[in-house]
Design a binder for this molecule. Structure first.
Ligand code: SAM
Ligand code: SF4
Ligand code: FES
Length: 331
């Protein structure tokens, strides 16, 4: 696998992307699922070297949306047609298990036909179990990198084994689970990327988030080179082949690194988009990396911009819950 990854070019690359496209068509047809992303707090106790929200970054203006404000975002999203809401944040302990349970309960009472995805980082089994019981359907927790030494170098406040342990717990509890990794991390080798793919094959997650690493000016990795579009597309295509029925987003980071990055990702095996539903007042404060796109665009604007982009790339938008095929075959 590492050998293949380091020798991909020209013709081979085209064939790989084409095969991934065909595999996605067989699994999901031309559907592209839209998820409304609500970035509800940029407060984080962790200190991941790559991330603009890391606790060591004193230059960020911190914010936390109140539960009512999050419900308002869901209301706007529901009216725009979204039937999946993704609630994402830094690891913010103000949002205790109780507060999250109340929030999930309110959203699910208002919109029982919508799916709720959490992306709030590492919590204990009891918390994950209670959030699931309250109605959360899915959980995104990227494994970030399958290389133990690289993981340790990038995560001074976290443990490599904890991450994998958390992912297994989430699966055991019953969530549709999303793992994934960054491409082009400083020091990352082709063998590390091969391990990322093999880990995904072993885990068989419902969702796979893959995006380029992009530097942020106020982090220790500010001077590092970003991951490339080509390498990220290759990883998306290989992930599609290794977990054919996964839901794979064309990430915002792909749209940041290249103007048509998301469309290219859709053509290399991705089948999900996650436009922003956060209030305009906080958009610019959830900066994981430099130059993040859509920070100045209204939710409705992104919704329709993406519809056009999806069509121009040869696909069609699906606004349903869009559960993973793996999940549907389990239930
Ligand atoms: N705090 C939660 C967590 O870490 O799982 C959820 C929010 S975190 C900002 C979501 C994802 O952003 C991470 O899993 C990481 O892969 C990605 N990310 C953070 N900084 C990044 C960067 N500089 N470039 C690309 N992706 C980045
Ligand atoms: Fe916090 Fe997540 Fe950023 Fe790490 S990646 S610093 S856990 S928000
Ligand atoms: Fe946000 Fe195009 S997706 S403006």
């Amino acid at each position: 696998m590492a050998d293949l990854i380091s020798h991909l070019d020209g013709d081979l690359r085209r064939r790989l992307h084409d095969l991934a496209h065909k595999t996605r068509i067989t699994a999901y047809g031309t559907a592209v699922y839209l998820r409304g992303l609500i970035e509800f707090s940029n407060i984080c106790k962790q200190n991941c070297l790559y991330c603009g929200l890391r606790s060591g970054n004193k230059a960020v203006s911190r914010y936390r949306l109140q539960p009512e404000e999050i419900v308002d975002c869901c209301r706007e999203g529901y009216a725009l047609g979204y039937r999946t809401f993704v609630l994402q944040s830094g690891e913010d302990d103000w949002y205790t298990t109780e507060k999250l349970v109340q929030l999930i309960t309110s959203v699910k009472q208002l919109y029982p036909d919508a799916a709720l995805t959490l992306s709030v980082g590492e919590r204990d089994d009891e918390c994950y179990t209670r959030l699931y019981a309250a109605g959360a359907d899915r959980f995104l927790l990227r494994h970030e990198t399958a290389s133990a030494p690289l993981y340790r170098a990038l995560h001074p406040t976290m443990e490599y084994s904890d991450r994998r342990d958390r992912l297994s717990s989430l699966q055991r509890i019953g969530y549709q689970v999303g793992a994934g990794f960054m491409v082009g991390l400083p020091g990352q080798t082709a063998a590390d990327l091969a391990d990322d793919l093999l880990y995904l094959q072993e885990l068989q997650p419902d969702m796979i988030g893959i995006g380029p690493f992009l530097p942020h000016r106020d982090t220790p990795l500010r001077d590092e080179l970003p991951g490339t579009v080509e390498n990220t597309l290759d990883m998306i295509a290989l992930a599609r082949l290794m977990v054919p029925d996964a839901l794979i987003p064309a990430t915002t980071a792909m749209g940041t690194v290249h103007p048509n990055g998301r469309e290219l990702a859709l053509q290399a095996g991705a089948n999900v988009l996650m436009p922003n539903l956060s209030p305009m007042s906080v958009r610019g404060k959830y900066m994981l990396y430099n130059n993040k796109i859509c920070t100045g665009d209204e939710s409705a604007q992104c919704r329709f911009c993406l519809e056009q982009r999806v069509k121009s790339a040869g696909f069609h938008v699906e606004m349903g819950r869009g559960d993973s095929l793996k999940h549907l075959s389990r239930s």
